[in-house]
Design a protein around this ligand. Structure first.
Ligand SMILES: Cc1ncc(COP(=O)(O)O)c(C=O)c1O
Length: 388
C-alpha cells in the first residue's frame, strides 16, 4: 500500500489530513506530467473560462434532443457538438443520431448495441449477427461484444496494424448478418482500417445485412478535418473527447446514421426520450468538448493536428538518428519503436504491447522539450550499450 493510499484510506472515524491527501494526489500527477507522452492524452487545453461552471452539478440525462426538467444541463451545447460531429463525418443532415458518452469505450458499446438491434434474434433471444474486429482493435471492442452477447470473430492485421481484408474474407460467415468494427487510429500504431475495402469484401461474399462501426477514439476528428476519414458505408463513429480535443475531463461521443432505426423509449419522469448508452452523465465535460470546438473552430483544430504530426515526424527522425528504429504512419501522432531497455521502462511511463513494441504519442500541446528529453534519455542508453 502506498503512503498516499494509506493516508486516503483513513476516511471513517479517524482524523484524516484531507489537505495533505489532496496535495499528494496532485503532486503524484505533477511529478509525472512532463513524462506523460505515451498515451493520447497530451497536456490539456485552456479551459479556464469554464471554471464558473465547475462547482455546479450538470446532468445531461436523456437524449440530446430533449431537455431534462430543471436548468442544470448543458443540452444546448451537447446538441451543437453532436451536430458538428455529424456534419464533420458527412452523415446525412436529416437522418443522424448521436449521444455524448463517458469515453471511447461507451461509444463503442453504443455503436455495437445499435448494430445488434438492427438484426433479428433467434427464438432464444440471441442475435443472428456475427461481429468481426481486428487483432489491433481496442480491448473495449471484444469486451463489449462479450457483454452484448454478440458472437465475435477476430481478424488478423498487417505488420502496421491495419485489418487484413483477405483474412476477413476468409472468416466471414455468409449466412449471417455482419457487424464489422473498423478502427480509425488503433491504440498501438494509429493504423486506419479502410471501410471501402471492408464493403468490397462484404459485397463479394453477398452479405447485404451489415453494420459498420468505426472506433475513431483518437483519429476520427483529425482525419475528418483533413477529409481523410472514409465514412461512406459506416453506420456509426465513436471517439474519446479528452484525446484530440484535450479536455481535462474524460468524455466522448458517438454519432450514426439511420436515426429512425434506433431503439428509443419515452421516460415520463425525466420528461425525455432515452436513447443513450448511459443514464446520468456529467454535462461539464460535454461543455468542454463544445468549448474546444467553439474556440478553435475547424481551422484551429486542423492546425493543431498538423503541428502535432510535425512533432511526431521530428520525434521519429530523432529516434532514428540515435540508432533506435522508429516509424509512423504519415497521418499519425503516434511513433512506434522497439520497446526500450528496462532502465527506460522504469523511468518513463511507456505503453508497450506483448509483441515488444512501444510508442509515444505527440498530441496537440505536447512540447518539443518533452520529445527531446525522451530522445536524450534514449541516446544515453544507446551510447551506454554501444560502449559496454
Ligand atoms: C482505439 C481506441 N478505442 C477506444 C479506446 C477507449 O477509450 P476510453 O478509454 O475513452 O474509453 C481507446 C483508448 O485509448 C482507443 O485507443
Amino acid at each position: 500500500m502506498s503512503r498516499l493510499d494509506e493516508a486516503a484510506s483513513l476516511i471513517s472515524g479517524h482524523p484524516v489530513d484531507v489537505d495533505a491527501v489532496l496535495a499528494a494526489t496532485l503532486a503524484q500527477r505533477d511529478a509525472e506530467a512532463g513524462r506523460h507522452m505515451f498515451f493520447p492524452t497530451g497536456p490539456t487545453g485552456d479551459f479556464r473560462a469554464l471554471r464558473p461552471l465547475q462547482d455546479v452539478l450538470w446532468n445531461n440525462i436523456g437524449s440530446a434532443a430533449s431537455n431534462p426538467p430543471g436548468g442544470n444541463h448543458t443540452k444546448s451545447l451537447e446538441r451543437a457538438l453532436l451536430a458538428w460531429a455529424a456534419d464533420l463525418f458527412d452523415l446525412p443532415a436529416d437522418d443522424w443520431w448521436g449521444n455524448a458518452t463517458t469515453g471511447g469505450t461507451a461509444g463503442n458499446r453504443a455503436g455495437l448495441l445499435t448494430a445488434r438491434d438492427r438484426f433479428p434474434r433467434t427464438p432464444h433471444g440471441v442475435t443472428t449477427a456475427v461481429a468481426y474486429y481486428s487483432a489491433a482493435a481496442h480491448y473495449s471492442v471484444p469486451k463489449m461484444l462479450h457483454e452484448l452477447n454478440i458472437p465475435a470473430v477476430r481478424v488478423g492485421v498487417d505488420t502496421y496494424g491495419e485489418m487484413d481484408y483477405d483474412h476477413l474474407a476468409s472468416v466471414l460467415r455468409p449466412e449471417a448478418p455482419a457487424i464489422v468494427v473498423v478502427t480509425a487510429g488503433t491504440t498501438m500504431t494509429e493504423a486506419v482500417d479502410d471501410p471501402r475495402r471492408v464493403t468490397a469484401v462484404l459485397d463479394a461474399s453477398g452479405i447485404v445485412d451489415r453494420y459498420l462501426h468505426c472506433d475513431g477514439a483518437l483519429s476520427a476528428i483529425p482525419l475528418a478535418l483533413d477529409k481523410e476519414l472514409t465514412t461512406e458505408g459506416v453506420d456509426s463513429i465513436s471517439l474519446s473527447g479528452y484525446k484530440f480535443l484535450g479536455t481535462p475531463r474524460v468524455c466522448g461521443l458517438v454519432v450514426g446514421r439511420n436515426a429512425t432505426r434506433r431503439r428509443t423509449q419515452h421516460i415520463s419522469y425525466i420528461a425525455a426520450i432515452d436513447d443513450t448508452p448511459v443514464g446520468s452523465i456529467d454535462g461539464l465535460p460535454i461543455a468542454m468538448m463544445w468549448y474546444a470546438v467553439a474556440t478553435a473552430g475547424n481551422e484551429g483544430l486542423r492546425n493543431q493536428a498538423h503541428a502535432a504530426r510535425r512533432l511526431a515526424a521530428y520525434a521519429s527522425s530523432s529516434l532514428n538518428a540515435i540508432g533506435w528504429p522508429a516509424w509512423r504512419h504519415p497521418w499519425a501522432f503516434t511513433v512506434v519503436f522497439p520497446t526500450p531497455p528496462l532502465s527506460i521502462q522504469q523511468t518513463w511511463p511507456l505503453a508497450t504491447d506483448a509483441t515488444g513494441q512501444s510508442h509515444l504519442v505527440c498530441m496537440p500541446r505536447t512540447s518539443k522539450d518533452q520529445v527531446d528529453a525522451f530522445v536524450e534519455a534514449m541516446a544515453r542508453e544507446v551510447w551506454h550499450r554501444l560502449s559496454a
